[in-house]
Design a protein around this ligand. Structure first.
Ligand SMILES: Nc1ncnc2c1ncn2[C@@H]1O[C@H](COP(=O)(O)OP(=O)(O)OP(=O)(O)O)[C@@H](O)[C@H]1O
Ligand SMILES: [Mg+2]
Length: 294
């Protein structure tokens, strides 16, 4: 038997009124693993992340972190060690990059209300440490030059990286990324792939939702395919992309074609990345508040 998984979802179901968005979905994420979650639009991928992070209370089933059942309270889940990014970016647009990351860091700070009221030495040291760690994280995700830039002025790809830095600031054991490369050009996508490898090297296990299957198959150790709220197939990238059920329900092309695409992608990445085809646009309409993203 393998070791206790860092994250386990046990027969999670989620029913909204008459709609079953998830039906008995289980997942085992091992320490050091990068797990891909793929499936058509509306398959239930984001709903599953919402169940993993306590935003939704599953209709049945539960989620365990290193063997302990997690509460259905997002703040408590963050403190326990599960961090995430959102499909629709949720930054504080009128705060700087550094301040956005410091918000994540504050979930780890222990000062009570009196310390923050009187700005005593413990509070000031905590703030200084949070600032230093947040700076380090901005460097780590490749945003070392934009500490003081307002989040709303950053290009789209940088906003996604900033969300990752903020999530990492909570010192997670598990990081959940919901479409981290959506809207990115090929160079940014490749930089994000390398960033996820680097995050794994720091001891954080990662679950990634993405529609870009070349990205998923060239990144992940294990892939789970969700279709209509059910786990259709799971296994290594080789097993999953060759499975006729996955080809029929999602990939729509034969395994040798998918494999050739993944090989070409990896070769291009090794030679400096694929050609750019898209131009990033800044997002200016984020309100930074909760809501609006399932
Ligand atoms: N809060 C909610 N109330 C009612 N229905 C919901 C809610 N959240 C999600 N759903 C429904 O659950 C199903 C799964 O949606 P979900 O957003 O999880 O899919 P997804 O796999 O993330 O899709 P996409 O790839 O488009 O992001 C959809 O039918 C959606 O309309
Ligand atoms: Mg989604």
């Amino acid at each position: 038997m393998s070791a206790t998984p860092v994250l386990a979802a046990n027969s999670v179901s989620m029913v909204f009124g008459g709609l079953t968005a998830l039906s008995n979905v289980s997942l085992r994420l091992q320490e050091g693993q990068i797990l891909g979650l793929i499936g058509p639009n509306g398959a239930g991928k984001t709903t599953f992340f919402n169940c993993l992070t306590g935003l939704y209370s599953p209709t049945t089933g539960n989620v365990q972190l290193r063997g302990q059942v997690l509460p259905t309270d997002p703040a408590a889940v963050t403190v326990a060690g599960v961090a995430r990014t959102f499909q629709n970016i949720r930054l504080f647009p009128s705060m700087t990059s550094l301040e956005n990351v410091m918000v994540g860091r504050h979930s780890r700070m222990k000062q009570g209300p009196l310390a923050s009221l009187f700005h005593g030495p413990a509070y000031l040291k905590g703030e200084r440490d949070a600032r230093d760690r947040s700076r380090e994280l901005l460097e780590f995700v490749g945003l070392g030059t934009v500490h003081d830039e307002l989040a709303r002025n950053l290009p789209y790809g940088d906003q996604r990286r900033l969300e990752i830095a903020r999530a990492l600031a909570t010192d997670p054991k598990v990081l959940l990324l919901d479409e981290p490369t959506a809207g990115m050009n090929p160079q940014e996508t490749e930089a994000t792939r390398q960033l996820i490898f680097a995050i794994r090297e720091t001891g954080v296990a990662v679950v990634v939702i993405e529609h870009d299957t070349k990205f998923i198959f060239s990144l992940c150790d294990h892939v789970s395919v969700l279709v209509q709220g059910q786990l259709l197939v799971e296994g290594t990238p080789d097993v999953v992309r060759a499975d006729p059920r996955v080809i029929e329900a999602y990939l729509g092309k034969p395994p040798d074609e998918v494999e050739a695409e993944v090989r070409q992608y990896a070769e291009e990445a090794a030679h400096g990345g694929p050609e750019s085809t898209q131009v990033m646009q800044p997002i200016r309409d984020q309100d930074g508040h909760e809501g609006g993203n399932r």
